[in-house]
Design a binder for this molecule. Structure first.
Ligand code: PXG
Length: 307
């Protein structure tokens, strides 16, 4: 058995007797009462969608973009969210407020709801909406300064024609398997290739390289999520006069990149310094990466929906 560690402020708060307030189907409840049925198809089949959102300095960063994507994911799996777009935005802000947070991570889930044993979603009468506001640290803090080592893994990214990787569904086994393979290789993160062998993304982050001053990231058609941090970085590149392209990338392109970094709401921007044993650039976070990190941090402090 692993020893318990105070991994998050959330679990720390729990053991201090300070209960988090969880939004569950239109009401706030204490975390110990925030329970869902064992017959929820979100649990039985991973049938549902989710978002991971961050708030910085009293503002929810890119809230509209996250809620838009939640609704797009839901539409793709024919899941009708029992709240309007505006109501979900309001409930997200209200959950952060109820927990008196200003800098936090929000996990928003919509499950197919309670049904019978048997995967047919017709038996699920009402989807459940759950919003949790807490903290997240996806990678060790020291890696942001030092840069991270990553590896490509055998598990191939889901095909568009199977489970489209654009859907942020509650079924993350494709990514979890890749993560386990990275862990087994002794590193924190995996690069996933698609069935054609082109780079798609990492398990919870999009991937960028810089070659000869040009910022490059795999196209969504390669199996990358429509990442909100990815989009933000592409927008930030413009005023910095960094050219951006979206070509198909191979492992060769990664190995010979001048710089590489990962983007995600949880990860923010993580420099990469080694891929499959090949040193990237001079083995230190690159100059353009650092510029983008600065620009991203500055933006998160001043933009977003006020709490
Ligand atoms: N690809 C995948 C597969 C993701 O799950 C991203 C890229 C980055 O997208 P955004 O829009 O966040 O820039 C994600 C995001 C977690 C966690 O709990 C996962 C994500 C985001 C926040 C937290 O590990 N995934």
């Amino acid at each position: 058995m692993k020893k318990f560690t105070f991994a998050t402020d959330a679990s720390f708060a729990y053991f201090q007797g300070i209960s988090m307030k969880i939004f569950l189907d239109g009401k706030f409840c204490n975390e110990r009462d925030a329970k869902i049925s064992v017959f929820d198809h979100g649990l039985l089949y991973g049938d549902g969608v989710f978002e991971g959102i961050r708030a910085y300095n009293g503002r929810v960063f890119k809230l509209k973009e996250h809620i838009d994507r939640l609704f797009y994911s839901a539409k793709a799996i024919l899941l009708e969210i029992p709240m309007s777009h505006a109501e979900v935005m309001k409930a997200t802000i209200a959950t952060i407020k109820a927990n008196k947070l200003r800098d936090c991570y929000v996990r928003l889930l919509v499950t197919r709801g309670v049904g019978t044993l048997g995967l047919n979603p017709r038996s699920c009468k009402r989807p459940s909406v759950i919003i949790i506001a807490g903290k997240i640290q996806v990678y060790p803090a020291e890696l942001y300064a030092r840069g991270m080592e990553i590896v490509t893994v055998p598990t191939v990214r889901n095909l568009h024609s199977a489970v489209n990787p654009a859907i942020k569904s509650l079924n993350y086994l494709n990514n979890i398997l890749a993560k386990i393979e990275a862990n087994n290789a002794g590193v924190e993160e995996a690069v996933m290739l698609n069935a054609e062998g082109f780079v798609s993304e990492c398990t919870a982050d999009n991937l960028f390289i810089i070659k000869n001053g040009i910022l490059q990231t795999p196209p969504n058609s390669a199996g990358a999520l429509y990442g909100i941090t990815r989009n933000t970085v592409m927008e930030l590149a413009e005023p910095l006069e960094i050219k951006v392209t979206e070509p198909n990338l191979t492992r060769y392109d990664l190995f010979n990149a001048d710089e590489c970094f990962l983007t995600g709401t949880g990860a923010e921007i993580m420099p990469v310094i080694k891929i499959d044993g090949r040193l990237i650039g001079n083995g230190k976070p690159g100059a353009i990466t650092q510029k983008l990190v600065q620009a991203y941090r500055a933006l998160t402090q001043v933009s977003g929906e006020p709490i």
